[in-house]
Design a binder for this molecule. Structure first.
Ligand code: HPA
Length: 247
């Protein structure tokens, strides 16, 4: 039996329409996750929910305990993860308001606890990460977008920065040369930990601002949260129309 988890990003401390059944505070060998692991129903579907930044958005990207989060989801019996992320847009298709389903990433973060194979368990593994996102799960999201007529940028490169500050325009120019389409702060090590834990994982990136140097207005948290409202409605529609994972 498959079990889907949604990891909520900025603006998703709570999941609209989520019908809570139980909440569980986990302790893992890596410490505490960002908050309670919540189990319940969304659009009649069993869902596990975890807000990445904590319910009150109090944990900055570089302080998130990604290892504990992924571990706790695995312990809950989750098999598949849909990770929501607010991002800045760099390339033309990824304008404010766009929904992007990355197929690749570049990790620019540093100093984060990024693996379960840190030597402490006595064995070292080098996971294959040539496809950082699970292709069949990506296909299901693409299918859902077609079914409900929500426009989706079906692939792209997610560049993950350290934050919490935003980037300089020069950094964004460099990232564009690297092939990056959208920039955010939380895509790693979440994706690689999910792979290490054997979880299927996709990221639904919501473009909430044009990246630094390309935005006609100052990028503020208010702007990000305002634009998130629109993108998050579409993201939820995609979930509503997604086929049951057990079908
Ligand atoms: N850069 C990095 N992370 C972000 C941005 C951005 O422009 N917007 C939302 N998250």
């Amino acid at each position: 039996m498959r079990k889907l988890a949604i990891i909520g990003g900025s603006g998703f401390g709570k999941l609209p329409g989520f019908d809570l059944e139980s909440a569980h505070q986990f302790e893992t060998p890596y410490g505490s996750p960002s908050g309670e692991i919540k189990t319940g129903h969304l659009f009649g579907r069993d869902i596990v929910f975890l807000p990445r930044h904590g319910e009150g958005h109090t944990i900055p990207p570089h302080k998130i305990n990604y290892r504990a989060n992924v571990w706790a989801l695995k312990e809950t019996g989750v098999t598949d993860v849909m990770a929501f992320a607010a991002v800045g847009g760099i390339t033309e298709p990824c304008q404010s308001g766009a929904l992007v389903l990355p197929d690749q990433l570049i990790d620019y973060t540093w100093g984060r606890e990024s693996t379960y194979y840190d030597g402490s368990g006595g064995n070292v593994e080098h996971i294959d990460f040539s496809e950082p996102y699970t292709e069949w799960l990506r296909s299901m999201v693409i299918e859902s977008s077609k079914a409900c007529g929500i426009s989706l940028v079906e692939k792209g490169v997610y560049g993950v920065t350290q934050g919490p500050r935003l980037e300089t325009p020069a950094e964004i120019n460099r990232m564009e040369k690297d092939g990056v389409d959208v920039v955010g702060m939380t895509g790693m090590p979440e994706a690689s930990l999910a792979r290490e834990a054997g979880l299927n994982y996709v990221c639904l990136a919501m473009v909430v601002n044009a990246a630094a140097g390309r935005s006609p207005v100052e990028i503020t948290m208010d702007l990000i949260l305002e634009n998130l409202k629109v993108a998050s409605d579409s993201a939820l529609e995609l979930i509503r129309h997604m086929k049951d994972l057990n079908e």
